[in-house]
Ligand binder design. Structure first.
Ligand code: ADP
Length: 421
């Protein structure tokens, strides 16, 4: 069966965020890790989100990966395409948002797309083409000092035009609040004037729903996950999408484990919460850095535990401990060592029969998913805001919850596992 919506996301957790939004609007959604190089059964997916690592990649690489994803999504029959970037428009004057959007429009033989990174639930809003983070302009927010993509301007048309060969205009708030018809007319006017990007204002989810409705016939929509809120309803009105379905929980049964590499405050609270409930092992990063077989020892320890109870292997540490480890072994080296060790442990324990995994940490999740060779995930119900249960498409099917560091309530780990059959 052909899919309806094909999305290309410029990073892994951004892809999950978008997939989660589509599922919340009743669309069956699969997230793939890049473009699968061999056949992958997508089941009854109505939307597919391809997670790329194109946000800070060299421009030519980012563009060609995005075009490869577009080709595959077209081959799957997608009727509409979505380019997902960060709600803080993370990019540099060299790209990659502009060059990717240009290349997608060229490949689709089209000349207009909405641009809207607004995500009101997380404090990102767009007013008169300017992006705000909470009460501050983007260029006054902490994003001005981001190590890879410092954002020193808040004007989205200016940011975009610096990266793009096309022109950008604004669809101002009074137009958006007038409704979908007025917004559609504004898009048509920009298009007729040779302006390819309509930077659309949005302060609330209602505005995002209006923009979604106005984009019903657009081939390409670009933005944060917010502007995708209104897209499933378009397919429903067109009679292509059934009434909302409740997402299905993963069916995988088997031993459960938590792998925590995040040192964020929320994760540390979650780790503390289960420390006395389940068997837990903390990795010794100093020994790891000295080349001792810490990962093998952790696997052997886990295999000795009862499989009836979940277990946790973690490296999460408080800021003082992290500072000391980083001063001794180097920030990047320590991070990579820990990520590789946790990936290796997850891989070995899945080999040993573990089937239900919660992973805490964005980078850690990336490392685990790549160590497991995961190609695709069916997105299930939400555990806490922004974190759904997922199930791997390849066999053996695994239940995977990939949690960005600061997400989730204190009892996240136990509550997530209690949701499973
Ligand atoms: P978050 O989502 O909270 O940012 P990430 O997994 O993205 O979590 O990042 C945490 C980083 O910290 C990873 O690179 C991880 O390997 C590293 N790390 C984890 N534990 C330690 C530790 N004890 N000492 C030093 N670095 C660590």
């Amino acid at each position: 069966m052909a899919i309806l919506l094909g999305a290309i996301a410029d990073d892994f957790t951004g892809a999950t965020d978008l997939a989660n939004t589509l599922v919340s609007q009743g669309m069956r959604t699969v997230q793939t890790i890049g473009v699968p190089q061999t056949d992958l059964d997508l089941g009854d997916a109505e939307a597919v989100v391809v997670a790329l690592k194109s946000r800070t990649a060299p421009v030519t690489e980012a563009v060609s990966a995005s075009l490869e994803a577009l080709d595959w999504l077209r081959h799957l029959g997608a009727r509409q395409f979505f380019f997902k970037y960060c709600s803080t428009f993370d990019s540099t004057p060299a790209g990659n948002i502009g060059p990717i959007a240009d290349a997608l429009l060229d490949a689709l033989d089209d000349d207009f797309a909405l641009v809207c990174p607004a995500f009101p639930a997380n404090g990102r809003s767009v007013y008169l083409g300017h992006l705000f983070v909470g009460n501050q302009l983007l260029s006054d927010s902490s994003m001005k000092d981001h190590p890879l993509t410092p954002m020193r301007d808040s004007s989205l048309p200016r940011l975009l035009q610096a990266q793009s060969k096309r022109r950008a205009g604004v669809i101002p708030y009074p137009t958006v609040t007038t409704g979908a018809e007025a917004t559609r007319t504004a898009c048509d006017k920009l298009r007729a004037a040779g302006i390819s990007y309509g930077v659309a204002d949005a302060l609330t989810d209602v505005d995002l729903l209006t923009l979604g409705a106005a984009a019903a016939n657009h081939k390409l929509v670009t933005g944060g996950s917010g502007i995708a809120l209104g897209l499933p309803a378009n397919f429903r009105h067109q009679g292509r999408l059934d009434e909302p379905v409740n997402p299905k929980l993963p069916t995988a049964t088997g031993p459960a484990m938590v792998i925590a590499g995040s040192c964020s405050e929320a994760t540390r609270g979650q780790v503390d919460h289960v420390r006395d409930l389940w068997p837990c092992l903390k990795l010794d990063v100093d020994r790891l850095a000295n080349g001792e077989p810490v990962a093998d020892e952790a696997v052997a320890w886990a295999r000795d535990q009862s499989r009836a109870t979940p277990l946790m292997i973690y490296s999460s540490a408080n800021p003082d401990e992290i500072a000391r480890v980083q001063a001794t072994h180097g920030r990047e080296a320590a991070g990579t060592l820990v990520e590789e060790a946790l990936g290796w442990i997850a891989h070995d324990l899945v080999d040993g029969g573990w089937r239900r995994l919660i992973v805490a940490g964005g980078e850690t999740s990336g490392a685990v998913v790549s160590a497991l060779g995961v190609r695709g995930l069916r997105i299930g119900p939400e555990i806490d805001p922004g974190v759904p249960w997922t199930e791997t498409l390849d066999t053996p099917h695994l239940a995977l919850a990939l949690k960005s560091g600061n997400f989730g309530a204190e009892d996240f780990f136990s509550r997530a596992l209690e949701m499973l059959p």
